[in-house]
Design a protein around this ligand. Sequence first.
Ligand code: ADP
Length: 224
Amino acid sequence: MWRFLSSLFNRKQNPSEGAPITTISEGNERSKTNMKNIVLFGPPGAGKGTQAEILKQKYQLVHISTGDVFRYNIKNATELGTLAKSYMDKGHLVPDTVTIDMLKAEVEKNPQANGFIFDGFPRTAAQAEALSHLMDDMNSQINAMVALEVDDEILVGRLLERGKVSGRADDANEAVIRERIAEYYRKTDILKEYYQNQNKYHGVDGVGSIEDITERLSKVIDKL
Ligand code: ADP
């Protein structure tokens, strides 16, 4: 199954676990300083997608949302979509192997990017390690994790509201919403510490108007 899925991403199989991925582009001479790569972080419903859409225009960055890529695959009934759906419908994370390969493929589609906004990735320690290696291979780095901080009960309310209009199955059911938040605390929340240890973590209050929150995020990004 994994072998088949990997072939979907149009890239060579790595001969061994943890081997460097294929070079992003030949003659890549970008230095470590001229790309801005941001991890937009926060629990489900924190507003990552909304803010990423604004920030990608403002800073001319490529926005990669793993949730959006999974939903695109579900809509198009691909093998990857069918697999992802079986986890997403329960509020669980899609396995790391699948998600990491997919993310790499998305990055490789944009060899000329000024930088990336990663939205919904990384969500586990293994994904954070994989992202770090991917950046190394591009002679680049993650500059910052910018986190939207929002209380759990506000999140549940926001997601239930979104569910009325989004058509997203995982927003329609309160039990699934609560399971996504629980999954966040089980597997994802620890990444705060991972980036804090690298002095890259920046928490931002995620409650307020969209414009105010964009401004708070921009204050952090402008200094990078
Ligand atoms: P939200 O943050 O609002 O829950 P997303 O659109 O980011 O929504 O993700 C929806 C679902 O897609 C997640 O609940 C999970 O099942 C899956 N998913 C997205 N990103 C990842 C990831 N990095 N690793 C594993 N699963 C993921």
